[in-house]
Each structure stands twice: as structure tokens, then as C-alpha cells.
Design a protein around this ligand. Structure first.
Ligand SMILES: *Cc1c(COP(=O)(O)O)cnc(C)c1O
Length: 395
């Protein structure tokens, strides 16, 4: 690759994080199992003058995936974590102190809320939730002690987008007093292939690499990437907390990234096709997919994203538990389970209940989230159509 910065993202996905010349020609960086890493002499040990010094602080296996994600996100550096959630909590902990406040989108992934309401509260950090569509008006919520704004765009259940350029401008207007306010973004849905929050004014991006990076539902993994300003804090906190990811999982994430582009294109195509088809289905109330022109955030999607992800939701008139079971218990292709981003399709019923504090979710809607895998698209469509018929018959 002649110039990393000007190369297309697809080319970077295939060529970064590889050093065949240093590993007997092997194409992908192999699994380096190591705790101890030897130093050739006292000088090197005392000056830390070699790329790797101890397994917890990195090996060529973690270095490979860090190099790819840093380049795609356009950050200063990346660190790996054993799960998406641990990357997310580390990113938050790296920018808050006791007495601070954090603003969190009301659409955030539920474990994010539990961390804020439970752990952060215990550590003396207050969380205030904001309407995901607040945009520039977030300026009114920023206080003297606000140290972070947490964004998940889109929210992975209800799919509201957040206007990062507007939020970043509000932050810049309020931060003129000299205080640093970090904008942290959970970018798991779009991946850096389709969305680069740092270029829109965010400071730290996290990924549940478990999803699209690994891409095969067979490993847990997380990354956090920071810009120049927040990299020293993020790197330090990652080290203090002793976080790392095992070399096998780093390898699986790196290998998954090699085909991210082609997988994203296929997932995107199928998800969009099925989402638009569901919009016209008589039983469906709303389809929540930000790349559909009917979605309230479609303009933001068109402006800031270059593609869309593999999960979306739709809502049905609420019905009995038996009706829901009739739908989801008898799917041929859609598995019933958490997570997403693998090659296989998944279905997950949801009710938001306590997971919202600002915008209460309608009680009379049954939410269904679909992860669209790589199966034949007609067969996926037939599977959903048959499920909806069973739901309607049992209502
Ligand atoms: C799954 C997920 C996480 C958490 O990732 P884990 O690897 O399961 O810990 C965080 N954010 C989003 C949007 C997710 O979908």
C-alpha cells in the first residue's frame, strides 16, 4: 500500500496489520501466545525500547487489529478489550471523575445504562439521559461538571440517529471555558466502513467487535479508539484496569475484518430489501431502519453514513405471549438469541419498559429486532412472512 491515509478503506482492511516479512511469510498475523516477552539486554528493558514488553500490554496479535481499527476510524490509537461492554466502560472511566456528570442517549444499549446507573453512581458520577434526537439543544444540558456525552448512533434496538456534528458544535460552544468534554460513540452498527464519528467531532469510538468485526458469532471482543486529545487518558486507563483481549480473539477479529467490506455490503442489501418489504406488510406498524426514507433521521443517515447495517426493528400491534411464541418459536432460519453480526439471521422480541427514561415507548407495540444474515433472501422473506401469519392467527 503506497499511502495508508489515501488508500480506500477496503484496501486498508486487506493490507494493514500484516508483517509477512517478520513471520516467515505467513499472510495473516498469527496467534502470538505470550505473557513474558524477552528483552535482548538491560538497556532495552530499562528504556522499553521494543514494540512489545509484556502480554497484557499487547502482542503482535493485538497490534494487528489495533492498527486496522485506528486507521479506519482515523484515530491516534486503539486498545482491545475482552468484550464490547468492557471497551465501553473503560472508555467512560477514562474521562470521568467523582463529582462529574455524564450525558447519555436515552436509546443506549441496556447494559450501558446499567453501568451508568449502578457502577458510575456508586463512584460519584451522575448520569443524565437525553432524547436521542435532541441535536444542538443538548447545549442546554451541558453543566460545569459535564465531562462526557455518550452516543449510540443508531440505538441498537430503536434505531434513532444522533446528529454528531450538531452535538460537537454545542460541546465546543460550552467547552470554551477550557474544560474537556469527551464525546464517546458506540459505532458498532455502521462499523468504520460506513461511519467515522471522529471525523464528525467525536473523541472516542468504541466497538462491540463481537458483532461485525468477528462476524461469525464465535468470539467476544471490543475495541476503543481515541483522537489525539483523549488517547493518553484512554491508553493509561486501559493499562490501569489491566484490560486486554486474548490472542485467539484478536486473531479472529483481525480475520473477520479482512472480509468486513463484502459482508457489510451483503448484509446491508438484504436488510434494506426486507425492511422496505415489511413497511408494506399489513400487520406491521412501523419499521425502524435509518436508511429508509420514511425514517425520521433519514437526512442524517444520508449526510453522515455511507452505508447501513444488518439489524433493524419493526413493531406489531401488541398481542398475547402465545402469539409472540407462535411467531418466534417456529422460525426455520432465524435463530432466537442475543447479539448479532454473524453470518446467520437472528430474531429478538423486545419491550422497552424500564430501558427508557426520557421517551417512554408505546405500551401497545410489540418490537421485533431482526439481524439479517447471509442466507438466501427469498427464503428469509418467506420465513418472516410465515411467522407474521402465525402471529396474526394467534392474536
Ligand atoms: C453487543 C453490543 C455491545 C456490547 O458488546 P459485548 O461484546 O456483547 O459486550 C455494545 N454496544 C452495542 C451496540 C452492542 O450491540
Amino acid at each position: 500500500m503506497k499511502n495508508e491515509k489515501t488508500s480506500a478503506l477496503e484496501t486498508r482492511l486487506t493490507h494493514l496489520g500484516r508483517r509477512p516479512g517478520e513471520q516467515f511469510g505467513a499472510v495473516n498475523t498469527p496467534v502470538f501466545r505470550a505473557s513474558t516477552i524477552l528483552h535482548p539486554d538491560l538497556d532495552t528493558l530499562l528504556t522499553s525500547n521494543q514494540p512489545y514488553a509484556y502480554g497484557r500490554r499487547g502482542t503482535p496479535s493485538s497490534g494487528a487489529v489495533e492498527e486496522i481499527v485506528t486507521s479506519l476510524e482515523g484515530g491516534k490509537g486503539t486498545r482491545v478489550a475482552p468484550s464490547g461492554l468492557s471497551a465501553l466502560t473503560c472508555a467512560i472511566m477514562s474521562v470521568v471523575s467523582s463529582g462529574d456528570e455524564i450525558l447519555v442517549t436515552d436509546s443506549a444499549y441496556e447494559p450501558t445504562r446499567q453501568f451508568c446507573d449502578g457502577y458510575l453512581a456508586r463512584m460519584g458520577v451522575t448520569t443524565r439521559y437525553f432524547d436521542p434526537r435532541l441535536g444542538k439543544d443538548i447545549v442546554q444540558l451541558i453543566n460545569e461538571n459535564t465531562s462526557a456525552i455518550f452516543i449510540e448512533s443508531p440505538g441498537s434496538i430503536t434505531f434513532e440517529l444522533q446528529d454528531i456534528p450538531a452535538i460537537a458544535k454545542a460541546r465546543d460552544d460550552r467547552a470554551s471555558s477550557g474544560r474537556e468534554i469527551a464525546i464517546i460513540v458506540d459505532n458498532t452498527w455502521a462499523t468504520p466502513l460506513f461511519y467515522q464519528p471522529l471525523s464528525l467531532g467525536a473523541d472516542i469510538v468504541i466497538h462491540a467487535g463481537t458483532k461485525m468485526f468477528v462476524g461469525h458469532s464465535d468470539a467476544m471482543f471490543g475495541t476503543m479508539t481515541a483522537n489525539e486529545i483523549f488517547w493518553p487518558k484512554l491508553d493509561e486507563t486501559h493499562g490501569l484496569l489491566g484490560l486486554f483481549a486474548g490472542p485467539d480473539d484478536c486473531f479472529l477479529a483481525t480475520r473477520g475484518l479482512r472480509t468486513l467490506s463484502i459482508r457489510m455490503q451483503e448484509h446491508q442489501k438484504r436488510a434494506l430489501f426486507l425492511a422496505s418489504w415489511l413497511e408494506d406488510h399489513e400487520l406491521v406498524q412501523r419499521v425502524l431502519h435509518p436508511a429508509l426514507p420514511s425514517h425520521p433521521d433519514y437526512e442524517i443517515c444520508k449526510r453522515d453514513f455511507s452505508g447501513s447495517g444488518c439489524i433493524f426493528s419493526f413493531t406489531l400491534p401488541a398481542a398475547s405471549r402465545e402469539a409472540l411464541a407462535a411467531f418466534v418459536d417456529h422460525m426455520e432460519l432465524f435463530g432466537l438469541g442475543y447479539s448479532w453480526g454473524g453470518f446467520e439471521s437472528l430474531i429478538l422480541p423486545g419491550k422497552l419498559g424500564k430501558a427508557r427514561s426520557i421517551n417512554h415507548w408505546p405500551e401497545d407495540e410489540q418490537l421485533i429486532r431482526l439481524h439479517i444474515g447471509l442466507e438466501d433472501i427469498d427464503e428469509l422473506q418467506q420465513d418472516i412472512a410465515a411467522g407474521l401469519e402465525r402471529y396474526q392467527a394467534a392474536m
